[in-house]
Design a protein around this ligand. Structure first.
Ligand SMILES: *Cc1c(COP(=O)(O)O)cnc(C)c1O
Length: 374
C-alpha cells in the first residue's frame, strides 16, 4: 500500500488512498494507483477464497478484513451454440451474486478507515452485498433502490438489518437521492468507489490461476455499470504489468438491447458525452443502467482488448434462461443475458479460445421471473 493514491484522470488531482472520499474536488471519478504483488507459490497454499491474492488487494492490515471466505468459484465446462466454453459460477457467492467480490474489499477498506456508517444505491444486488458485509463489519448501512426492484433482493437487504429506501422512478432517480445522502455519510458506491473494482478484479486472478496461470482468449461479461468489466480489465492489466502475462484477453461486454448506452457509445468513438438512448423494459434488471458513470473507461477497455459491446434481445435472454435452467443452473435473468450474449458472439465471431463467460446472480433472487419449461 506504500505510495498508494487516489487519482483523478480528468482533473489531474491526487489524494492519499486513506482519505475517505469517493470523488475528486472537481466532482470527477477517482482511480486507485498502487503496485500489487503476486506470489504463486504462496497463493497456492492459501484457503480457496479471493483473499488468497492478499498482496494484490489494497487493504493494509489483515485484522480489517471483512470476509465470509467468499470467492474462488468453480469454472464449469459447458457447450453453448455447439462450442465448448467455460462458465464461471459467480452466482455461488454468500449473498447470491458476484457483487460480494467488490463488497468484501470495499467494506474491509471502510473498516480500515474507521468508518461507522455507509450509504449506497443499487438496482438490487450491490445493495444486498453492501448490506450483508456492513452487517458483518458492524457498520450502519442505508441502501437506496428503485421501488421496482425484485422483492427477494429487498427482503435480503432488510434481513441484514440495513435501512431500505425505496425511490419511485428510474435507477437514475435512485442514484441522485443516494448522492444527496452521501454529502453526510460515506458513499460505498460500487460505481464511484474504486475499492469496489479492486475487489471485482479478483475475477481475473481466479481465472488466471484456474487456467494454470494463463489468461483466457475471450471473456464475455454482462455490463451495466461495468464493475465486472472494469475489474476484469484492471486484474489482467495488473498481471501483465507484474510480468505474469504477455497479452490481454478479448473482453466482450453484453447489454440488453432494451437499455444499451454502452453499445451506443461503442459505435460512436468520438462521442464526448454518453449518447442518450431509448429505454424499454427488460428482464435483465441488474444491467438496466441508462447512465453508467464510468462509461468511457468501460468502452475503452472493451475497444483496447479487441472486444465489442454485444446486445441481446429479450427473447434471447429468456431463451438463455430456459437453456441454463434445463442444464440445472438456477440463475437470474440478468445473468442469463451474459449467456445469451456469449451464444450470439460465438455464432457471429471467430472467438479466440479458451472462451469464458460468467453467471453473475442466483435464480432465487427473482424466483417469480424463472420460467416453467415448455
Ligand atoms: C450488477 C450485476 C451485473 C452487472 O454488473 P455491472 O457492474 O452493473 O456491470 C450483472 N449481473 C448481476 C446479477 C448483477 O447483479
Amino acid at each position: 500500500m506504500n505510495g498508494a493514491a487516489l487519482v483523478c484522470a480528468a482533473a489531474g488531482e491526487r489524494y492519499g488512498a486513506d482519505e475517505p472520499r469517493w470523488r475528486g474536488d472537481s466532482g470527477e471519478l477517482l482511480d486507485l494507483e498502487w503496485t500489487p504483488a503476486f506470489f504463486p507459490e504462496r497463493i497456492r497454499q492459501r484457503s480457496p477464497n479471493l483473499w488468497r491474492y492478499r498482496e494484490a488487494i489494497p487493504v493494509r492490515e489483515d485484522r480489517n478484513i471483512v470476509s465470509f471466505g467468499e470467492g474462488f468459484t468453480p469454472l464449469f465446462p459447458a457447450t453453448l451454440a455447439g462450442q465448448k466454453i467455460l462458465i464461471k459460477l459467480d452466482h455461488l457467492f454468500p449473498t447470491g451474486s458476484y457483487k460480494d467480490r467488490g463488497a468484501t474489499v470495499l467494506i474491509s477498506k471502510a473498516r480500515e478507515l474507521g468508518i461507522r456508517a455507509v450509504v449506497q444505491d443499487s438496482s438490487g444486488n450491490a445493495g444486498v452485498s453492501i448490506a450483508c458485509y456492513s452487517a458483518l463489519a458492524g457498520i450502519r448501512c442505508e441502501i437506496f433502490v428503485p421501488a421496482s426492484t425484485s422483492p427477494a433482493k429487498l427482503v435480503q437487504i432488510r434481513h441484514a438489518g440495513a435501512t431500505l429506501r425505496e425511490i419511485p422512478g428510474s435507477r437514475e432517480d435512485t442514484a441522485r437521492a443516494a448522492r444527496k445522502r452521501a454529502e453526510e455519510v460515506y458513499y460505498a458506491s460500487h460505481c464511484w468507489n474504486p475499492f469496489f473494482h479492486h475487489g471485482t478484479k479478483t475475477f481475473a486472478f481466479e481465472l488466471w490461476e484456474q487456467l494454470s496461470w494463463r489468461a483466457p482468449g475471450t471473456i464475455i461479461l454482462p455490463a451495466g455499470n461495468g464493475t465486472l468489466v472494469l475489474g476484469t480489465w484492471i486484474g489482467f492489466r495488473e498481471l501483465m504489468e507484474a510480468g505474469f502475462l504477455d497479452r490481454m484477453p478479448v473482453i466482450v461486454a453484453v447489454q440488453a438491447s432494451a437499455c444499451a448506452p454502452l453499445a451506443a457509445a461503442f459505435l460512436q468513438p468520438s462521442a464526448h458525452t454518453l449518447p442518450a438512448i431509448e429505454l424499454h423494459p427488460t428482464a435483465a434488471e441488474g444491467i438496466a443502467i441508462a447512465e453508467p458513470v464510468r462509461w468511457k473507461g468501460i468502452v475503452q477497455a472493451v475497444r483496447e482488448t479487441g472486444g465489442i459491446v454485444q446486445t441481446v434481445e429479450e427473447a434471447e435472454i429468456l431463451g438463455a434462461l430456459r437453456e441454463t435452467g434445463a442444464m440445472g443452473l438456477c440463475i437470474e435473468p440478468t445473468a442469463a443475458a451474459a449467456v445469451a450474449g456469449a451464444k450470439k458472439y460465438l455464432a457471429q465471431n471467430d472467438a479466440v479460445g479458451p472462451v469464458v463467460t460468467v453467471v453473475t446472480g442466483h435464480g432465487l433472487k427473482s424466483p417469480e421471473k424463472l420460467l416453467p419449461h415448455p
